[in-house]
Design a protein around this ligand. Structure first.
Ligand code: ADP
Ligand code: MG
Length: 699
């Protein structure tokens, strides 16, 4: 019988706790749980037992292969499939999967970017099982979430530093909790990533080389209708999209992803999917898997799912909201205001730790979301600006203000905010937040980081966030552990922290020009507009020191990452530039020329029939189009030259700056003229589907 109800489907392809408990012996199960819950080392014999059960479970579900599933620095996921088969003496095969195959794999690492980390002769890398993220089956393959390292132990992936950053935060948060008299097994961060995407018709997609090669349109005049009617956001979902979403949910549920909310977004053809939050490394794995499954399911429905941050100019782009919190193994959310003053003192301390982290490491947060694609969004009146600031809402801001000034808090319960933990008042969750323009907003019991691009792995920003908060907590613990009077020290610490970091707090409109002025000139916040501006700050001494002291990255890993991210930026724009040249030379110019020929022929024929015809339309169109083709030629030559000039460049920082200052402006210039020509041309003579067709053809 096929499983149909959601509880039956959910997790049916995941070797989750239910399966482990049911299949493993009590001893093996508890040992594995200790590894998962308390980061205890994994016993080899345990691995052998787990592997055997995992294999049986997978084979029962039709799996024939297994793979170590990992996240190299390309930002996607990688897998290399091995089948379970092993020859048996009778000439047949048996299905085999050994403990060591579960724990460790050895993919050839030489074709993954390493940013100079791995000398070429040292091409080997290895993958190591992450037992905290459950194995699952996809396409008849048992996928084992793994970390990916070089033989010298340097991380070649995004999972390793993410796990390290979670560990760093865990260590420091436990120190703080101990001071408040709470001993816990662990503190983990949780994330619920809201994912935006576009769905367009597959046939239209395939006709556009820019979409095929780069994931975004590089040309295209605005259609008569865009998003100005605000009729798409939360609008009725079209039947074809509903069918896609139903199918998508089912596929996600099977692999244990808690897909929960779905709705239309602001732009036409734009949608959002939000899962229920989970532990950060699991949420990261799940988000990678979600993006992959979205694209696969879309294809089945004759659609293409675009995850690019800015597939279309003139309408909103796509981002990802990273809802983040910290909780103990007992399920206590450390960012939840408590019911008693004492709990609230602890809450305020954790709150201050985040505020301080965001202020001290604005640049790290900014660069953690920097890609060529996301540069189109940040600061462009649709997404938070490139300036990082924190929104707290009125009530919390009022409380912090009162603490800072030692004045009575004028909120719901007028109590003087003074001194240690026992005198802090009760206060209630701020329910007024709906400031959509803030990059980093407190939303009741979590922070929502809104600057991520839709195609970004969420690993990057969570690594920085966890590490930066670990650093604040470390500084606090160092002070408080040595304090003679804990309550007095706590009060002073909170007060001092607010005073020092209040410049990062901003409840106003983040889209306004005035904010850019105030943030940069008055408050001294950083405004790193592009990837080329932001990424080099990864190597600032203060950033490297912090990340290395918490053992999140080694110095070599940081250098390699900076290089890879910049390389990625340069390669992306380079491909876009070449695609533009190609489209202009092979399609746009020839199409316009053909139309000019038909206009010229028509004009001269009409005039030969009667000298009273003026041919105003033909002649004026011809004149303007001919002028435009000259401009386009000039601009395409400029761009070709700019791209050619990049070839000799060796230094990646110089190259990225050249891309920012020279190549991108030339691309924009070229586009402008082509888009103008589009407006003058009959649709049937234009070589590619228009924005109108791309955005409005899915019903
Ligand atoms: P909105 O669109 O209003 O921002 P959604 O309900 O679409 O909100 O998404 C909120 C996201 O935040 C969901 O993924 C949800 O699971 C997640 N979330 C809720 N509570 C927490 C928490 N304590 N920690 C992390 N994420 C959370
Ligand atoms: Mg949100």
């Amino acid at each position: 019988m096929e499983k149909t109800s959601v509880p039956e489907i959910f997790g049916s392809m995941v070797f989750d706790d239910r399966e482990m408990r049911a299949r493993l012996s009590a001893g093996v199960y508890h040992s594995l749980r200790r590894t998962i819950d308390e980061n205890a080392d994994l016993d080899v014999e345990i691995a052998e037992a787990v592997a055997a059960e995992m294999r049986d479970w997978a084979v029962e579900r039709g799996a024939t292969h297994f793979t170590h599933w990992f996240q190299p620095l390309t930002g996607t996921t990688a897998e290399k499939h091995d089948s379970f088969i092993s020859p048996s003496p009778d000439g047949g095969v048996i299905m085999e999967f050994k403990g060591k195959e579960l724990i460790k794999g050895e993919p050839d690492a030489s074709s993954f970017p390493s940013g100079g980390l791995r000398a070429t002769f040292e091409a080997r890398g290895y993958t190591a099982w992450d037992p905290t993220s459950y194995a699952f089956i996809k396409d008849h393959t048992l996928c084992i979430p793994t970390a990916f390292c070089s033989y010298s132990g340097d991380a070649l992936d995004k999972k390793t530093p993410l796990l390290r950053s979670m560990q760093a935060l865990n260590i420091q948060a436990k120190r703080i909790l101990k001071l408040f008299g709470t001993e816990v097994k662990n503190v983990r961060t949780s994330v619920g990533p809201e994912q935006e995407y576009f769905l367009i018709d597959r046939e239209m997609f395939e006709k556009r080389p820019d979409l095929v090669y780069t994931g975004r349109t590089l040309f295209g005049a605005m259609p008569p209708k865009g998003q100005e009617m605000d009729d798409h956001y939360f609008g009725v979902i079209k039947p074809r999209v509903i069918a896609f979403m139903d199918d998508l949910n089912k596929e996600l549920w099977k692999v244990g992803i808690l897909a929960k909310t779905e709705h239309n977004e602001v732009a036409p053809a734009q949608h959002e999917l939000a899962p229920i939050f989970s532990t950060t490394n699991v949420a990261t794995d799940n988000n990678q898997l979600t993006m992959e499954i979205m694209q696969k399911v879309a294809r089945k429905h004759g659609l293409v799912c675009l995850l690019h941050e800015k597939p279309f100019a003139g309408v909103n782009g796509s981002g990802k909201h990273n809802n983040w919190s910290m909780a103990t193994d007992a399920g206590v959310n450390l960012l939840s205001p408590g019911d008693t003053p004492y709990e609230n003192a602890q809450f305020l301390l954790f709150l201050c730790a985040v505020i301080q982290a965001v202020d001290d490491y604005q640049d790290l947060l900014r660069l953690s979301v920097a890609t060529a694609g996301n540069d189109h969004r940040l600061g462009a009146n649709e997404a938070p600006p490139a300036i990082i600031s924190v929104f707290l809402g009125d009530e919390l801001s009022g409380i912090l203000e009162a603490i800072k000034n030692d004045t009575p808090y004028q909120g719901t319960e007028k109590v003087k905010m003074k001194l240690g933990v026992h005198t802090l008042p009760r206060f209630f969750r701020d329910t007024t937040d709906r400031n959509r323009t803030s990059p980093f907003a407190f939303t009741g019991n979590k922070f929502e980081f809104r600057s991520l691009g839709s195609s970004n792995s969420i690993a990057c920003c969570n690594i920085m966030l966890n590490a930066a908060v670990a650093e604040s907590l470390k500084q606090y613990a160092d002070i408080l552990e040595g304090a003679a009077d804990f309550e007095a020290a706590l009060h002073d610490l909170i007060k001092e922290s607010i005073t020092k970091h209040e410049r990062i707090l901003f409840n106003g409109n983040g889209y306004g020009e005035e904010w850019v002025e105030e943030a940069t000139k008055v408050r001294g916040l950083s405004n790193l507009k592009t990837t080329a501006d932001a990424m080099p700050h990864l190597l600032d001494r203060k950033n490297m020191d912090m990340l290395m002291s918490h053992k999140v990255f080694t110095e070599t890993e940081l250098h390699s990452r900076c290089e890879i991210m910049l390389e990625n930026y340069c390669k992306t724009v380079n491909i876009e530039g070449h695609t533009m040249v190609d489209m202009v030379r092979k399609n746009y110019l020839p199409s316009i020329e053909e139309y000019l020929y038909s206009l010229a022929r028509t004009t001269s024929m009409m005039k030969s029939v009667s000298d009273r015809v003026k041919c105003n339309y033909e002649v004026s169109t011809m004149e303007r189009l001919s002028e435009l083709t000259d401009y386009i030629l000039e601009r395409v030559r400029d761009l070709e030259k700019a791209l050619e000039d990049l070839k000799g460049m060796e230094d990646i920082m110089n190259t990225s700056e050249r891309i920012r200052d020279d190549v991108i402006p030339k691309m924009e210039h070229l586009r402008k003229h082509v888009d103008e020509a589009e407006m003058l041309m009959p649709e049937k003579c234009w070589p590619f589907p228009s924005y109108g067709k791309l955005l409005f053809s899915v019903y």
